[in-house]
Write a protein that binds this ligand. Structure first.
Ligand code: COI
Length: 356
C-alpha cells in the first residue's frame, strides 16, 4: 500500500487553540495541537485515513490494548528554522523502528507511506504550531494500539494508528542526577527491550519512583542477568567520554532501544574523526573512570531529552560528580552541531532532514 495526501480526509477544528498557548511556560507533553491523524487496520487492510480535531476517542472497555498491552509508540520532532522552513528529523528511522516494535509485539505493521503522509498531513494543517523560537520544537507522537474488543488472549485482528503533536521546549531543565540500578530490570534477553512498547515504560515507573525518592532524576538500567553492565537510562541512550573516546553500549544484546539520536551522535562523532565505540561498559569500568577522572563526561541522548548532560551518578550508595565542562565538552559540541543541522543552519550533508 502506498498512501498519498489525496487519500486523507480532513475535518478541521473550527477555531485554533494556538493563541491560548503560553510559550514561556510550556511543559513537556501537556499541550496538544489542534488536530490529530488517525487510521484503522481492519480485515487485513489499512482504511479510514483522516485528520480530525484533537480530542476524545470512543473505545470499548474490552479493547485488547488495555488488557494485554499491544501498544507501541514513537517520538520525533519537527523544527522551524530561521528561514521559516519546517524540517522533520529522520522520520524514516522512526517508521522503521515502529514496525520493528510492531513485529515484536505481533501487531500489524504501518506502511512507511502511511507513517510519513500522516506526519505530513498533520504538520500541514498544524504548521503554525512549529514555533521558530530557539530550543522549541513540535514533538510528534505516532502510536499504534490493538483495538479488537475481545478478552481471549491472542494478537488483535484490528489496530488504530494515530499521530498527535505537542509543542515542547527542553525535557530536562539542566544537568541531571542518575543512579545505577542493580536490582530491578528494564529488559532481559529475549524480552521486549528493543521495542518501543508502552509496557516497558510502565514497568520502569516503580523503580524510577524509588530512585526519585533518593534524589535521582533517572535510573541507569543494567543487564538483567548480572547487573554489571550498563544499558540505557529512562528516556535516553547513554554515552561516556573516556579519555576523549565516546563509548556507548552496543545494540546486539537486543535489550537496548535503537535511538535515533544515539545513531546521529555516533555518526557526527565519527565524522569528526573522534574515536567512537559501541562496546559494553561495565559498572566497574564506569566507577573507576569516574574516580580517577578518565571519564569526565556522561550524557544521555533521546528525541525528547536531546543531549542531556549528567552531573552525578550514584553507584552502590556513592555519588560520583562530573565536572560541568560547558560549551567545551564533547557532548556540547555534538549537541550544537546536531541542533544546527535540525534547524537548517548548516548543510544537512547526511540527508537527515525531511522538509515539509
Ligand atoms: C522520546 O524521546 O521520544 C521518548 O520516547 C521518551 C519519552 C518516554 C518521553
Amino acid at each position: 500500500m502506498v498512501l498519498t495526501a489525496a487519500d486523507i480526509s480532513i475535518l478541521p477544528r473550527p477555531t485554533s487553540k494556538l493563541s491560548s498557548v503560553n510559550w514561556d511556560q510550556l511543559m513537556f507533553g501537556r499541550t496538544f495541537t489542534d488536530h490529530m491523524f488517525c487510521a484503522d487496520f481492519e480485515d487485513g487492510k489499512w482504511i479510514g485515513f483522516r485528520i480530525e480535531p484533537y480530542g476524545n476517542i470512543s473505545i470499548e472497555p474490552s479493547l485488547s490494548a488495555f488488557h494485554y498491552g499491544q501498544s507501541i509508540f514513537e517520538g520525533l520532532k519537527a523544527f522551524r528554522g530561521s528561514d521559516g522552513q519546517v524540517r522533520v528529523f529522520r522520520p524514516e528511522m522512526n517508521a522503521k523502528r515502529l514496525n520493528a516494535s510492531a513485529r515484536r509485539m505481533c501487531m500489524a505493521e504501518v506502511p512507511e507511506s502511511l507513517f510519513l503522509e500522516g506526519i505530513r498531513a498533520l504538520l500541514s494543517i498544524d504548521s503554525d504550531w512549529v514555533h521558530g523560537k530557539a530550543g522549541y520544537s513540535l514533538y510528534l507522537r505516532p502510536f499504534l494500539f490493538a483495538t479488537e474488543t475481545y478478552l481471549g488472549i491472542k494478537a488483535s485482528d484490528s489496530y488504530r494508528f494515530m499521530i498527535i503533536a505537542s509543542p515542547v521546549g527542553s525535557y530536562y531543565d539542566g544537568r541531571i542526577r542518575v543512579r545505577i540500578e542493580q536490582h530491578y530490570s528494564r529488559a532481559s534477553a529475549g524480552g521486549t527491550g528493543t521495542a518501543k512498547a508502552a509496557g516497558n515504560y510502565g514497568a520502569s515507573l516503580f523503580p524510577a519512583m524509588l530512585g526519585q525518592k533518593e534524589g535521582y532524576r533517572q535510573l541507569v538500567w543494567t543487564d538483567s542477568a548480572t547487573h554489571t553492565y550498563i544499558e540505557e537510562s529512562g528516556t535516553m541512550n547513554l554515552f561516556i567520554v573516556h579519555n576523549g573516546t565516546l563509548i556507548t553500549p552496543p545494540l546486539d544484546s537486543n535489550t537496548i532501544l535503537a535511538g535515533v539520536t544515539r545513531d546521529s551522535i555516533l555518526a557526527l562523532s565519527r565524522r569528526r574523526g573522534w574515536e567512537t565505540r559501541e562496546e559494553p561498559i561495565s559498572v566497574d569500568f564506569l566507577k573507576t573512570g569516574l574516580a580517577d577522572g578518565s571519564i569526565k563526561e556522561v550524557f544521555g541522548t533521546g528525541t525528547a531529552a536531546t543531549i542531556a548532560s549528567i552531573e552525578c551518578i550514584g553507584i552502590n550508595g556513592v555519588d560520583y560528580s562530573l565536572p560541568d565542562l560547558g560549551l567545551e565538552s564533547q557532548a556540547n559540541q555534538l549537541a550544537t552541531e546536531l541542533s544546527a543541522i535540525k534547524m537548517g543552519e548548516i548543510p544537512d550533508s547526511l540527508g537527515w532532514n525531511w522538509n515539509l
